[in-house]
Design a protein around this ligand. Structure first.
Ligand code: NAI
Length: 328
């Protein structure tokens, strides 16, 4: 039988983890053959709640769980970890401005990056879900100089899935027949959900939709502001859909993106499409065996170029702000 894969999850007592952990032990991360050792990180006051979550994991009697380790010390939680899912983060509190938020999260993601650098397995893969996810990824990666930068990715898959869902609703075509959507840039309102290269039921998506007004004025804002709409409706931020996307992102990175399609991931820019090097940026990628390739040669409309420029500008401002704070 296979050796267990060590999967670290931070924010283990939080809402997303409460869906994510049970997906992992049901085989939705690495398949139904690969056992996992869960290494759960929480802050000290949440350790009791984390123990309750671990009791429920026990009570699922999943044959995939080889062991559960719980800690409030990232040096312990990430020790030997092959996969790190960084979910726990500091939400924006009352009266906090953007700089306060970046500083509070820097205080989490800088030491976690260092702990990954010093203690994780040589083959570690890291996915940041906790917001502001793109810039938290940049911070963690900066503090892990011995780990190749390509090992750090951020969650844009929820935005990718939201794009597909809206297109399916508009056209009536099942989600499984919608391919090659992309979401460029930041996991924020400035993101650019792009269907220029997509197909819907085998037809070019722009033809299948045939409603340019809807694309610009309804579709893009609906996808980009979906997180806020869910908070408004549910009184809490999206949790299960975020957990689902987190598991899918890492599943596809490790086991491969679907043939004839691609996935959106926040990756370290290599300068492709004029995105400044080093920004963590949503891009369409194909994936296999823990490696990704940014899809090359895609065309942008003038509208698309302006959208791309706006989300680049926002991420550069975030990078400048965390640089100012001494975090990168
Ligand atoms: P939550 O507040 O329910 O859970 C977060 C957990 O993280 C809490 O239990 C907290 O104690 C823990 N935590 C805080 N600091 C920690 C640290 N230093 N080490 C370990 N654990 C720590 O939040 P929820 O709903 O689970 O969301 C988690 C994050 O995911 C938030 O930042 C949220 O904004 C983000 N998110 C990202 C999405 C994306 O698409 N990228 C989508 C939805 C949410």
């Amino acid at each position: 039988s296979q050796a267990p894969v060590k999967v670290a999850v931070t924010g283990g007592a939080g809402h997303i983890a409460y869906s994510l952990l049970f997906r992992i032990i049901a085989g939705q991360l690495l398949g139904k053959e690969t056992p996992v050792e869960l290494r759960l990180l929480e802050i000290t006051p949440a350790m009791k709640a984390l123990e309750g979550v671990a009791m429920e994991i026990d009570d699922c009697a999943s044959p995939l769980v080889s062991n559960i380790v719980m800690s409030d010390d990232p040096n312990v939680a990430f020790d030997g970890a092959n996969i790190c899912l960084l979910v726990g983060a500091r939400p924006r509190g009352k009266g906090m401005n953007r700089s306060d938020l970046l500083a509070a999260n820097g205080a989490i993601f800088a030491p976690q990056g260092k702990a990954i650098n010093d203690h994780a397995a040589d083959d570690v893969r890291v996915l940041v879900t906790g917001n502001p996810a793109n810039t938290n990824t940049l911070i963690a990666r900066t503090h892990a100089p011995d780990v190749p930068g390509s090992r750090f990715t951020s969650l844009m898959r929820l935005d990718h899935n939201r794009t597909i869902a809206q297109l399916s609703k508009k056209t009536g075509v099942p989600v499984g027949e919608i391919k090659k959507v992309a979401v460029w840039g930041n996991h924020s309102d400035t993101q650019y959900p792009d269907i220029t290269n997509a197909t819907i039921g085998g037809k070019p998506a722009t033809e299948a939709v045939n409603d340019a007004e809807w694309l610009e004025n309804t579709f893009i804002p609906t996808v980009a502001k979906r997180g806020g709409a869910i908070i408004e409706a549910r009184g809490a931020s999206s949790a299960t859909s975020a957990a689902n996307a987190t598991a899918q992102h890492m599943h596809d990175l490790m086991l491969g993106s679907p043939e004839g399609d691609w996935v959106t991931m926040g990756v370290t820019s290599d300068g492709s499409y004029g995105v400044p090097e080093g920004l963590t940026f949503g891009m369409p990628c194909t994936t296999k065996n823990g490696e990704f390739e940014i899809v090359q040669g895609l065309e942008f409309s003038d509208y698309g170029k302006a959208k791309l420029a706006a989300t680049i500008e926002e991420l550069e401002a975030e990078r400048a702000a965390v640089h100012e704070l001494g975090l990168v």
